[in-house]
Design a protein around this ligand. Structure first.
Ligand SMILES: [Zn+2]
Ligand SMILES: [Zn+2]
Ligand SMILES: [Zn+2]
Ligand SMILES: [Zn+2]
Ligand SMILES: [Zn+2]
Ligand SMILES: [Zn+2]
Ligand SMILES: [Zn+2]
Length: 1761
């Protein structure tokens, strides 16, 4: 069946391939009805090419389609083969100077912050690098796809619109030339024809709505019965839902379902079943049934006829074909634009472009993006048609937006999204405003979608349905459109523009009117509100509109006529909103100090109040602009100032501010959190510019236009404080009569808030127009106040400052003036610190401080002053003068009511008992007095001759209060308060006030001729100075007494503390001791040379070692027979030293770890935090952790940072991740050593003896292996073998260790085996001891690498945890044989030994090129005691160690000579010579050895290099081995290190040789033992592998091995982004990867966190990163997530954390998530730190700590990354 189909396919293909493009095109050229001809061709062929099988094969289809369908069209168009035709067109073309590159997802884009007209103007990477902007301040982002490069668009850039490449194409003549002149008439006519037909065809078929019919002229004669069940994408159903449903509906595997779902998500639709109609219909009904519920619509499914699907596929192909054809010529592009925009037969909206746009929401995702791209590359690239298209777009705007709002696709898939490309072009935007009334259209469309209103016509968001909420979310994008339209401001105004802008402004006011007063609230009394009211929608709207409101004002500011008109309109609307607010109620009269005013009766705490007042606030903004523009002074008659009613203007903003005060006073507690949130946002940096700030301005406007006394009385009344201040003695009565504490507290807070408000009204004059300042002064002041709180990083500072519509804060231009920058260290961020000279501008009552910030700032500033030994007063700063329109505002400070308020409060403070008052109240009054004094001083200093200073605050406060109670003057009260003991904190401030008062007095006197009060003043000052002195002295005395008292108290407390925490103290003391013990651990040995091994080993006096258990705090001595003490340890596999990452243990069951390959590919590393416990204490601890974990898992199913089932736990002291413990041991060699009876054998003799012993063992082994042997027979046989002298293989040594130590030896051994091989624990496995030795060797090697890389001395001071770990690890590995089977260890020894001294029993051992010599050494030395214990001939262990060491060293030298001399070509330059050793012994020796080697290898080693070169290579190559050996024997035998090697310096080669009991001429080892040298070398060289290597047939590791490093990273982060954007998922054919992730170990790019690249690992689905760690890092991985700029650490499947990336911006900050977009550069130091973590094997530990610190990390599914 299948084959039949295939055959059929092939037949069709053949017939198709026979089509000739030339022939068909020829026919078309003759045709009278071309459309019909072409359609017939398509009707015939399209269904034959597309949709031939259930699964699409696009490549093949497209190939055939190109041949059969498109080639004839190309031929027709060119009049010849397109292979020649298109290049000709391209040559004739004068390409446009626009880049127009359409961005891929994830591609980096750049915007210049200095030159871009708005932030949507971006460059591609190529253009950016070739532009002037690379040296400007720029921002970098990754594209979300869509959009194109604006290079060459002169409207997008203020400067440098072209990059170098596109500059070349700039036309010399400014006039745009018609691109059609480069085409011949014929080509124009033919392309017009074919474009018309094909564009028409594509549009018709794509917008076709019938499912099983075709347009008449495409209908086929014979119609097959093949249908497709087509599944469409929506944004409602999840991936999982779709996958699950598909499995059910079409019976596919999960994998297939994932494939379907992925395609549906990407392309918007996918056929999931193919067959007859019934068959498809059935699947459809199952899908629909399974995906519909009450809340959601079902997934969209259609059963479509195959021919329709085929034509649609081809329709898409045609669109992209058109896109590529017009790429050859701008002329063709223009023709296509013309075709597209030509009006069709049905008139309005019938052009092809219109038809596509209008059916946008009906098309599937894939179709949409294809035609959007075509629009972008055609209409938007042609300057003439761009304009025409913009008009079409604007005309259809309402329809398109409505379609978008009801559609459910993301905006990037909607044609509506093109608005950003059109509206941000300033000339187009301007044109659309004037000609199409775009502003009004946008606003009206927006309003149309928000129909839900309350009775007053205001928006109402309460009780929104899900659908309404959904629409509301989508309709917000219209505000963005409005922002685009307004973003570039006009430089010139035409009358048309004025008219249309004002019309738009009217519409905008209508919108604001619907917001004015929305979401009103009423204070809840008695019961708490039942349901939190909806508030977020209103704030979302406000927030989104903030920039638009600001921009509207900016536009108005540009033209006086517009400004005045707008002001009038705004005022009218405001009066409509609040007209008649005085109606109904009787006005009430307020009077204080002989002033009286009428006002309405209104209480915020009882009536409705709203926080939303955009109309009032807009008016406030416009008022400030008027004040700035001076129009108000030149033509006051133009302004409706007389219509203003100040009480009406201030009423609503005042209510809003009173509401905030009352909330703060706790009066609205029962209204719940929604109100708290609203108040928060009202002040928040995102909203305040058009909310809180403008309310303050509105009050300032009001005060400046009315009698300040009246204003203050109205304010008192709104604050509900009128009674308190209007009635003398009310305060006294109030506090005595109403004893309700809450109410007292409430009123105090309200008074404080009211005073604060007055401070703000007078002090906040930094908006240009209110005060005489410019915008820079404003931002400077903001920064000064932010930095007064604490030093801040750039990003923190940016967050606290408001951003404009271009996302700029303006901070960069002023920051240098006010702050110093401090660079970051290895961690942390760069910080800005306030310059000290700016501290004087600090205003404690800065209006943008939150309460917390205010108190922090106060504390910080006082502390600073104390440090500088200044008084701690924080007086108000000197302020800039008000603008004339606001000038009268200052009089509020000297108004009678104000003075009355001040006096009242001071009076309360003087008679401090019995009154309800607070210190902050007083502090604010003092601040206000200070402000008034500063004001007066300013006035006096700046006064010109003829003017009289009318600000006479000093005079007023010197006067006593009026009747009835004749209170003392304010000044007098201040003098009284200066000495009040209960006001210590405020003394400095009062003193400052009095001083300033006197200074002003002097100023006045010096300007006025009458020197009346001078003496008085000086006397007062003098007396106050004396007082000052006495006061200081008294204070100093008090301070001394207090200090003494505190000291006494403290030592008392300390004693208590120690008593209570005895244990803790003991512990710390002991910890200290153990830390210091490391240094003098090595006993002083006389200064003769130290030797670490062999018979001449330096004897170290026995040392007793005492340690304390961290769990039970008991001390214990480390002894052979006592209870075991253990160190917490962490064993892990490692590839850090690996030279071959492709290698990993394939089958752990069969893997033999005995010989380590020199590529070190599969190591086992052991680390420890160095904390010591009793073995039994640890057991108990671990059991309890395990039990707890089991309980927790049952209960919560939560993960922990450690895997208990795998034996993991956290060190009980430092929480370091551990998975086993190492026992602490004494140097084990001493225990096994026996006295020497005889002279020790030399190397030759020793090898002979050992060989004999091995032979004997092997013979015995064979015997034992044969069945039916008894022990008696065994002993008989032994005699036959002629055992070597003194060798007693039947001897079984006694294990000296205590039971508990033995158990721990087994525990750690098994753990190493389990982790290293990833097998189930099995203590009997013969590989256990090998794994222990291997881990010891590997850990030492990795330490040696770190020390060498950092140029540290071999025996320099090590962190004591490392020192302890290595010592314990080495001694453990040396003792482990005692718990293993003797014969197994002997077997290992024999095999290891045989690799150097061949015997008959071991044939297939690795050659010496494939053995890591240090691992071999450690194995041999540590296995040797198993053999030696049966040797009673008197040869000591030390002798064995020495000979083993020398033998391995010799082998290593041969290995080095073989590998280095053939690989590295030597340089004959003299400078390569080693200066310290002149040509001598070593060189001739090594030369001789090399010649021997030459003989042994035959002719393979041809050339003889000079001796110095050979010796240098040997020396350099062997150094790491010698260093590792020195460490190994040092820890094994406990011989102290030579002091020379404890400091860094030259390589210490001689010292190293001495310490290791080696001749410093290493080659002499061969000469000394020449009896066997030759035969050894021969046996090594005769290995077949050596031969193959020498003949170049294979590779070998060469020495010295270089340390592994992390990959090199580029300096500029954007090149990484670019690299990643070119990376596509390796599994799903060319798709862009969503989370490209770079392995920092090997440099592989991976497609992380995605379904497509999941693989199965040990039966679980894992993401690409986790899978990669298993091959690249044996489970541990370090990655860089490129899109997020985040370092990712992974360990195993469940552990991971994010780590700060090594890229910093110019402000010394990282940008995780790439949110800020500042250019990022590599920080080498931070990268080195990451590398060090890796080299030290600390990644897993780092993850553990991160997860412990942040529990949310534990819950992440790391394995799916
Ligand atoms: Zn570009
Ligand atoms: Zn360019
Ligand atoms: Zn620039
Ligand atoms: Zn203990
Ligand atoms: Zn610890
Ligand atoms: Zn890797
Ligand atoms: Zn992938």
């Amino acid at each position: 069946m299948a084959s039949e189909l295939e055959l059929e396919m092939q037949a069709i293909d053949r017939s198709l391939l026979e089509c000739s493009a030339e022939e068909i095109a020829g026919k078309w050229l003759q045709a009278t009805d071309l459309t019909r001809e072409v359609y017939q061709h398509l009707a015939h062929y399209v269904p034959k090419i597309y949709c031939r099988s259930p699964n699409p094969c696009p490549q093949k289809e497209d190939m055939v389609a190109q041949h059969v369908l498109l080639a004839p069209m190309e031929w027709y168009l060119c009049g010849e083969d397109s292979e020649f035709g298109f290049p000709k067109l391209q040559q004739a073309n004068k390409p446009s100077h626009l880049c127009g590159r359409v961005f891929k997802v994830g591609e980096p884009t750049y915007s210049c912050r200095d030159c871009a007209v708005d932030p949507t103007c971006v460059l591609c990477m190529d253009c950016f690098l070739g532009s002037i902007h690379r040296d400007h301040r720029y921002r970098m982002t990754t594209s979300g796809g869509g959009g194109f490069c604006d290079c060459g668009d002169t409207e997008a850039w203020k400067e440098g619109p072209y990059c170098q490449k596109h500059e070349l194409n700039t036309p010399e003549i400014e006039e745009e030339e018609d691109p059609l002149v480069h085409l011949s008439e014929d080509v124009i006519a033919r392309s017009y024809n074919i474009f018309t037909i094909m564009f028409q065809y594509a549009v018709e078929i794509l917008t076709w709505e019938k499912e099983s019919e075709l347009p008449a002229d495409l209908e086929m004669v014979e119609k097959s019965d093949t249908y497709y069940c087509m599944l469409f994408n929506d944004e409602v159903h999840t991936y999982e839902q779709v996958i699950y449903t598909l499995q059910k509906a079409v019976n596919c595997t999960q994998k297939e379902a994932i494939g379907f779902a992925t395609t549906v998500d990407r392309d918007g639709r996918r056929s999931v079943r193919c067959g007859d109609f019934q068959y498809c219909e059935q699947a459809k009904s199952i899908i629909v049934r399974n995906t519909s519920s009450r809340q959601t619509k079902p997934l969209k499914v259609q059963v479509m006829h195959s021919s329709l699907v085929a034509h649609q596929s081809f329709g898409l192909k045609v669109l992209s074909w058109l896109g590529s054809v017009i790429g050859y010529s701008d002329g063709l592009r223009r023709i296509l634009c013309q075709v597209g925009l030509q009006e069709g037969p049905d008139g309005e909206n019938s052009s092809l472009v219109d038809r596509l746009m209008l059916s946008d929401s009906k098309l599937w995702k894939g179709a949409r993006s294809v035609y959007h791209q075509l629009f972008m590359s055609s209409l938007l690239m042609d300057l003439k048609y761009k304009k025409l298209f913009a008009v079409r777009f604007a005309k259809n705007y309402e329809r398109l937006q409505s379609d978008y709002v009801t559609d459910d696709h993301d905006r990037e898939f909607s044609i509506a999204d093109l608005s950003v490309q059109i509206f941000t072009v300033p000339s187009l935007a301007r044109m659309l405003i004037t000609e199409e009334n775009l502003m009004t259209i946008i606003i009206k469309t927006f309003m149309d979608h928000l129909r839900h209103r309350d009775t007053q016509g205001r928006f109402q968001f309460e009780r929104y349905t899900a659908l309404q909420a959904f629409k509301f979310r989508r309709v917000q994008s219209l505000i963005l459109d409005l922002k685009y339209v307004l973003i570039s401001k006009p430089t010139e105004w035409s009358d048309d523009l004025r008219e249309k802008f004002l019309e738009g402004f009217d519409a905008f006011l209508e919108l604001l009117k619907c917001m004015q007063g929305m979401d009103p609230i009423t204070r809840q009394v008695g019961q708490h509100i039942e349901m939190e009211p909806e508030w977020e929608a209103a704030f979302t709207l406000q927030m989104k509109l903030t920039h638009v409101i600001s921009m509207m004002q900016d536009w108005c500011a540009l033209d006086e006529k517009v400004l005045i008109e707008a002001y009038k309109k705004c005022l009218t609307v405001l009066m409509q909103c609040h007209g008649g607010f005085t109606d109904g109620e009787q006005p009430i009269t307020l009077s204080i100090c002989g002033h009286s005013v009428e006002t309405i009766r209104y209480c915020v705490s009882q009536e409705k109040v709203s926080i939303h007042l955009p109309v009032s606030r807009l008016l406030a903004g416009l008022h400030v602009l008027l004040s700035k523009s001076e129009v108000a002074y030149k033509f006051p008659e133009l302004l409706p100032l007389s219509e203003l009613s100040p009480p009406m203007l201030i009423e609503h903003p005042l209510r809003c501010l009173v509401l905030c005060a009352q909330v703060h006073a706790g009066m609205w507690r029962r209204n719940g959190f929604s109100l708290v949130n609203q108040i928060y946002y009202y002040h928040n940096v995102k909203c305040r510019r058009e909310m809180f700030d403008k309310d303050i301005v509105m009050l300032q406007t009001g005060v400046s236009m009315m009698d300040p006394n009246h204003f203050l009385m109205i304010m008192l009344s709104r604050f509900e404080l009128y009674q308190i201040f209007s009635t003398p003695d009310y305060g006294k009565r109030f506090s005595s009569e109403i004893t309700h504490k809450d109410v007292v507290q409430q009123n105090n807070t309200l008074i404080e808030e009211m005073l604060y408000l007055i401070i703000m009204l007078v002090g906040e004059r930094f908006s240009p127009g209110v005060g005489q300042v410019n915008a820079t002064d404003d931002i400077k002041r903001e920064i000064i106040h932010q930095l007064s709180i604490k030093p801040m990083a750039h990003s923190e500072l940016v967050k606290s400052l408001p951003e404009d519509e271009n996302k700029e804060t303006g901070m960069e231009s002023v920051i240098e003036a006010v702050a110093h920058f401090k660079k970051p260290g290895l961690t942390g961020r760069g910080m800005y610190e306030l310059k000290p000279e700016c501290a004087k501008e600090f205003n404690l009552y800065f209006y943008h401080f939150s309460r917390a910030e205010q108190s922090k700032a106060e504390e910080a500033q006082r502390k600073l002053k104390r440090q500088n030994r200044e008084d701690t007063a924080l007086p108000p700063p000197v302020l800039p003068p008000f603008c004339p329109l606001f000038a009268s505002l200052v009089n509020i400070l000297q108004s009678d009511v104000m003075l009355c308020i001040m006096r009242t409060i001071l009076q309360w403070a003087v008679e401090h008992n019995g009154y309800a008052w607070s210190e902050s109240m007083l502090q604010r009054v003092l601040h206000l007095i200070g402000m008034a004094l500063q004001e007066e001083k300013q006035h006096l200093e700046n006064v010109t001759e003829e003017h009289v200073v009318t600000f006479t605050f000093t005079q007023k406060i010197s006067k006593p209060g009026e009747a009835p109670n004749n209170s003392p003057s304010i000044l007098a009260m201040l003098e009284t308060l200066q000495n009040a003991p209960y006001l210590e904190v405020h003394k400095d401030m009062i003193r400052w006030i009095l001083k300033t008062f006197n200074a002003i007095k002097k100023l006045r006197e010096s300007s006025s001729p009458s020197p009346v009060a001078e003496t008085e003043g000086t006397i007062m000052e003098e007396s106050s100075r004396d007082k000052d002195k006495a006061e200081r002295k008294r204070k100093a005395e008090i301070a001394r007494l207090r200090r003494e008292k505190i000291m006494a108290q403290m030592s008392e407390m300390q004693r208590h503390f120690i008593d209570e925490n005895k244990e803790l103290f003991q512990q710390t003391l002991e910890l200290d001791a153990s830390a210091s013990a490391v240094l003098d651990n090595s006993p002083v040995v006389s200064d003769k040379t130290l030797t670490a091994l062999g018979p001449a080993q330096t004897q170290v006096p026995e040392q007793r070692q005492f340690v304390t258990c961290i769990l039970c705090q008991e001390e214990q001595e480390v002894k052979v027979e006592s209870k075991a003490m253990v160190l917490a340890a962490f064993v892990q596999r490692s590839t850090v030293l690996s030279k071959d990452r492709s290698k990993f243990i394939q089958d752990p069951e069969k893997y033999d770890p005995l010989f380590m390959h020199p590529d070190l590919s599969c190591g086992t590393h052991t680390g420890s935090c160095g904390h010591i416990m009793h073995a039994h204490c640890w057991q108990r601890y671990f059991d309890s952790v395990q039990a707890k974990e089991q309980r927790r898992q049952q209960r919560l199913r939560l993960h922990t940072s450690y895997d208990v089932e795998n034996g993991e736990f956290l060190c009980p002291l430092c929480e370091c991740l551990s998975n086993t413990v190492i026992p602490l041991l004494l140097p084990p060699r001493k225990i096994f050593n026996r006295l020497n009876f005889s002279d020790q054998p030399n190397l030759t003799q020793w090898i002979r003896t050992i060989s004999q012993q091995i032979k004997a063992l092997q013979a015995l082994g064979k015997e034992e292996g044969t069945p039916h042997t008894t022990s008696s027979k065994n002993s008989e046989n032994m005699d036959e073998f002629q055992l070597p002298e003194g060798f007693r293989p039947d001897f079984r040594p006694k294990n000296p260790y205590s039971e508990s130590i033995k158990e721990m030896l087994k525990t750690f051994g098994t753990a190493t085996y389990k982790v290293g091989l990833k097998l189930h624990p099995n203590e009997e496995d013969p590989r256990v001891p090998v794994m222990c030795w291997g881990s010891c060797a590997y850990t030492i090697q990795s330490l040696e690498r770190i020390l060498s890389d950092e140029d540290k001395p071999l025996f320099g001071p090590l962190p004591c945890r490392l020192d302890d770990c290595l010592r314990s690890l080495t001694r453990f590995a040396a003792a482990h044989w005692t718990v293993a089977s003797l014969s197994v260890v002997q077997g290992h020894f024999c095999k290891l030994f045989a690799s150097l001294v061949p015997d008959d029993n071991h044939g297939d051992l690795p050659c010496i090129l494939d053995i890591d010599m240090f691992h071999l050494l450690v194995g041999l030395v540590l296995a040797f005691p198993a053999l030696q214990c049966q040797d009673f001939s008197g040869t000591s262990l030390g002798t064995g160690d020495l000979h083993i060491f020398r033998l391995v060293t010799m082998a290593h030298i041969i290995q080095l000579l073989l590998t280095s001399c053939t690989v590295i070509p030597y340089l004959s330059e003299e400078n390569g010579m080693d200066e310290e050793s002149p040509a001598g012994e070593e060189e001739s020796a090594v030369l001789a050895l090399y010649k021997t080697l030459q003989q042994c290898t035959g002719s393979a080693l041809k050339e003889v290099p000079p001796g110095w070169h050979l010796w240098r290579n040997v020396r350099a190559g062997i150094l790491p081995f010698l260093k590792c050996s020195a460490l190994f024997f040092h820890y094994l035998n406990g011989v102290p290190s030579p002091p020379e090697m404890q400091v860094s310096g030259a390589s210490h080669f001689e010292h190293l040789c001495n310490y290791l009991s080696l001749p410093s001429n290493l080659v002499s080892l061969f000469q000394e033992n020449n009896e066997i040298t030759k035969s050894l070398i021969e046996s090594w060289c005769h290995n077949i592998e050596v031969k193959r290597y020498l003949e170049g047939e294979r590779d070998a590791i060469s020495y010295p091995r270089e340390s592994n490093k992390l990959i090199d990273l580029p300096e500029d982060y954007s090149s990484l982004i670019n690299q990643a954007s070119n990376f596509s998922c390796p599994k799903s054919g060319g798709d862009k990867s969503r989370a490209p992730t770079l392995c920092l170990v090997c440099g592989t790019l991976l497609c992380s966190q995605s379904y497509c690249c999941q693989t199965e690992l040990e039966g679980e689905d894992v993401g690409a990163c986790t899978a990669h760690t298993y091959s690249c890092g044996s489970g541990v991985g370090i990655f860089l997530r490129v899109r997020e700029c985040q370092v990712l650490f992974l360990a195993g499947k469940t552990k991971g954390c994010f780590y700060s990336p090594p890229y910093l911006d110019d402000y010394g900050e990282t940008d995780q998530g790439l949110r800020r977009g500042n250019p990022l550069h590599l920080c080498q130091e931070r990268f080195k730190k990451i590398q060090k973590l890796w080299q030290q094997h600390s990644v897993t530990e780092e993850i553990g700590h991160a997860q412990e610190a942040n529990q949310t990390l534990v819950g992440i599914d790391w394995q799916h990354l």
